[in-house]
Ligand binder design. Structure first.
Ligand code: SF4
Length: 458
């Protein structure tokens, strides 16, 4: 059903706020989480039969997209950069396996960036082999890689499939030529179509397109053309992200023509029109920002309330613990977030000294765990079951969240949530403002100035 958003609601909720790829969110992590703490957590894994998600971050890109919010290093595609990085990645893998032992089961294996396909075939193969000899990769699990159609050829795609990758995620963003020029990412429709067709030919289990709304020169009309083309290509999954405009954090975003950015009204129109078009074309809106064909396992899991989310995105096969490898990568072990160094030299220096390249993290306290569970339920299931909460934490939801009652009342008044017995359900309108609904449960946003670090929710 089409959603109507009045101006008042839009103005009220268009405020800076986290995307909740983690809770507690990364800005409050500190260097209190040291290498020793990480080593202790890793050692606990040695004797356990817990399964792992493994993420590898490849930070290199050949050119900088002006909207980029990732941790990225711009380098010409030269073998030496990749070879040097591999050398250190392998040192990190050796250190990790020294503590957890070899052959731990990997249920979910994800390569992200930057641009993983920046590496040549031999380099990709060498990484894969190194992981295969150090861990036990479940080839029926999720083995995913982000590809950039501009830096990959058909031969490399064949190689990825042969190695065992079964999921592809492609950065598409927008097909409009003016938008592509404004964001310094020229990627014609024909190129995306060619690789999308190839993914189907090679029988990858699923193909995801990343799209971004809120970029310069986008209008509801122009983006409709992009969405129509995307629907025609029929990827299994679509992530439709709101552009995170954070020029105070990502200085290169200052180069964008601010005047050309769509207004909040236009952004909401673009999102709602796209959402309606996708739903009318057989996609299901699953959780925050994401759509999947109804036959896709993510859509089925969403229906059953068994969808999960971690740094690698939404999944139906959550592992017990997460290990991140490479520059800036993030892991989550035994209720502790750890993040690697963001500066390449620091990352290399740590590994030269045979130290795990940890920069910061957060050991979750009891309250963090409770709030993390609640925020995850809101984001992944669009609901919170107070009875499940009570069962899990042996606490009464309303008693525990006394300070949050005003926020909940406000959300009910504004039709963002509805309460039915023990169930808090997010309404269709609330799904648009899900970040705002979650923000009421974020303890750390109560600190002065905490909101300012984030992009706006609309
Ligand atoms: S390809 Fe992705 S990671 Fe690389 S610059 Fe563009 S947006 Fe950033």
């Amino acid at each position: 059903m089409p959603i109507h958003i009045n101006k008042e609601t839009l103005l009220k909720y268009d405020i800076p706020g986290p995307r909740y790829t983690s809770y507690p969110t990364a800005p409050i992590w500190t260097d209190d989480v040291t290498e020793n703490i990480y080593i202790e957590k890793l050692k606990q894994l040695r004797s356990s039969d817990k399964t792992l998600s493994l993420y590898i971050h490849i930070p290199f890109c050949q050119t900088l997209c002006s909207y980029c919010g990732c941790n990225v290093l711009i380098r010409k595609q030269e073998v030496k950069h990749g070879d040097e990085y591999l050398q250190y990645l392998f040192k990190e893998i050796d250190l990790i396996t020294q503590y957890i032992g070899k052959n731990k089961k990997i249920k979910q294996f994800h390569w992200g960036g930057g641009t993983p396909t920046y590496f040549n075939e031999q380099q990709i193969e060498r990484i894969f082999e190194k992981v295969r000899e150090s861990f036990d990769i479940d080839f029926d699990g999720e083995i995913a890689i982000e590809i950039d159609p501009r830096t990959i050829d058909k031969k490399k795609m064949h190689r990825l499939r042969l190695l065992g990758f079964n999921r592809i995620s492609m950065g598409v963003q927008d097909f409009n030529a003016d938008v592509q020029k404004a964001v310094n990412r020229i990627q014609p429709y024909e190129l995306v179509k060619e690789f999308n067709d190839l993914c189907h030919e090679l029988k990858f289990n699923s193909v995801n397109f990343d799209l971004i709304y809120g970029l310069p020169h986008q209008t509801p009309m122009s983006f409709k053309e992009t969405i129509d083309k995307v629907i025609a290509l029929r990827p299994d999954r679509i992530a439709l992200y709101s552009f995170a405009y954070v020029p105070w954090l990502k200085k290169h975003q200052n180069k964008m023509d601010k005047v050309a950015l769509p207004t909040p009204d236009q952004k909401i129109d673009i999102f709602l029109n796209s959402r309606d078009a996708l739903i009318d074309s057989g996609y299901q809106a699953i959780a925050m920002d994401h759509f999947a064909l109804k036959k896709d396992e993510l859509a089925k899991a969403f229906d059953k309330g068994s969808l999960y989310r971690n740094f690698m995105g939404y999944t139906v096969k959550p592992a017990d613990e997460y290990i991140g490898l490479g520059l800036t990568s993030i892991g989550f072990l035994e209720n502790t977030f750890v993040q690697n160094h963001k500066v390449l030299k620091d990352y290399y220096d740590s590994l030269d000294n045979a130290q795990l390249p940890i920069e910061r993290g957060k050991v979750l306290n009891e309250d963090d765990v409770i709030r993390q569970w609640t925020i995850n339920a809101l984001i992944c299931q669009f609901s919170v079951d107070k009875e499940s909460f009570q069962e899990k934490f042996k606490l009464a939801f309303d008693k525990y969240f006394t300070q949050e009652q005003d926020h909940l009342k406000q959300c009910i008044e504004d039709n963002l949530i509805a309460v039915d017995g023990d169930m808090i359900r997010v309404t269709d309108l609330g799904k648009i403002f899900i970040r705002n609904v979650c923000m009421g449960f974020d303890y750390y946003l109560r600190q002065k100035g905490a909101h300012k670090r984030f992009s706006r929710t609309v």
